[in-house]
Design a protein around this ligand. Structure first.
Ligand code: PMP
Length: 361
């Protein structure tokens, strides 16, 4: 079989170097006589491993001292409930910005725990943009403002971080975490599940400013209490040990590749190739997002003649361009270009797109 490129939205492509390391450590972890899967989480080897992963992540993102880095479970979807449970404090409501499928899901879940003020929404224009923060109707007394930094299903991304909000900014960064440098101090809380840019499904990373840890509802389950997990170094119960181990390898890989600035440049080049194929197709392909808000990690587009979409996906698959189908609720085509996707993969997709458009346009 020739080269195969995995454009899946999640779990997504893993770096080949990381897969090779896993192959080594799976039968026996560093001369311990045990598989990495068999390490007890309370033992010194795993404790060292999780501490190293946390410290590497802190370094990659320059996480300030007054923030906790938590390794939790439950996926980003659990955070949709856990953010209000942990952060509402005495408030009865929070502000949310609706920019696509995932923020809508998040809002529906949060509404089970508090009053949600939708401060802005781009639903009217088909989730093709990020509403201008100057037009957000933030409410007084909101516990926090929630955004979805990158809408994985709609292909829309914040090109900037909203600043000068009166409330702590909470961001679901599931699909764009570690794809560019980040000023953590602009956020009260960041969460991301691992299966896109970090490693296997099963690990959810939460970065939270320490002064927000005293706001939790008494109903918060202990394993989902940010405060209690911070006190226990994310080991209040058995952490997802394998996922933490792989995440640690990915952090090391990121550092060796030049860190997040190098990732940002590479992700810009990769998405640039695919957007150029869209823009150069004279309308054969159409990007779902307005140019200014196009995601660098989930390039979502349609074929002007939707009848050709299935043929496009079939032919792509035959050429080793895998998992390009759009999200089931959105349709069309989606190319996820996470950190582990090499530039060669994006170039192969762009070349196929041009050739297909020539044939069928
Ligand atoms: N938020 C965003 C932006 C996502 O892309 C996803 C997964 N595609 C989720 C939340 C849900 O993540 P999980 O399946 O880990 O709960």
């Amino acid at each position: 079989m020739g080269a195969v490129w995995n454009f899946a939205a999640g779990p997504g492509a893993m770096p080949a170097e990381v897969l090779a390391r896993i192959r080594e450590d799976l039968p026996e972890f560093k001369g311990s006589g045990q598989s990495v899967l068999e390490l007890p989480f309370t033992g010194p080897r795993f404790r060292e491993l999780i501490a190293q992963a946390q410290s590497d992540l802190r370094q990659l993102l320059a996480v300030p001292e007054d923030y906790e880095v938590l390794f939790l479970q439950g996926g980003a979807s659990a955070q949709f409930s856990l953010v209000p449970l942990n952060l509402l404090g005495g408030a009865d409501h929070a502000d949310y910005v609706e920019t696509g499928y995932w923020s809508r899901k998040c809002i529906a879940e949060a509404a089970r725990f508090c009053r949600v003020n939708v401060a802005a929404s781009s639903a009217d224009t088909g989730f093709d943009r990020i509403p201008d923060p100057r037009d957000w109707s933030v409410s007084s007394g909101a516990a926090y403002t929630h955004i979805t930094s990158n809408e994985t299903a709609d292909g829309v991304e914040y090109p900037w971080t909203p600043v000068r909000l009166r409330t702590p900014l909470v961001a679901d960064m599931t699909s764009s975490f570690l794809t560019r440098p980040l000023d953590v101090t602009s956020f009260g809380l960041i969460f991301a599940s691992a299966q896109k840019n970090i490693g296997p499904a099963g690990l959810t990373i939460v970065i939270v400013r320490r002064d927000l840890l005293d706001r939790e509802s008494p109903a918060t389950p202990a394993v989902f209490s940010y405060r209690r997990q911070a006190q226990s170094a994310s080991m209040l119960n058995t952490p997802p040990t394998f996922a933490v181990y792989v995440a640690g390898l990915v952090f090391e890989w990121l550092r060796n590749r030049g860190g997040l600035a190098a990732m940002e440049a590479s992700n810009r080049r990769k998405s640039g190739l695919v957007y150029a194929a869209i823009d150069g197709s004279r309308g054969f392909y159409r990007s779902l997002a307005l140019a200014e808000f196009r995601s660098r990690v989930n390039v979502c587009f349609r074929l002007a003649d939707d009848v050709l979409t299935e043929r496009f996906l079939d032919e792509a698959q035959d050429r080793g361009l895998l998992n390009l189908n759009g999200h089931s609720k959105v349709g069309g085509v989606r190319a996820s270009l996470y950190n582990a996707m090499p530039e060669e993969g994006a170039a192969a997709l762009a070349a196929f797109m041009a050739e297909f458009a020539n044939r069928w346009g």
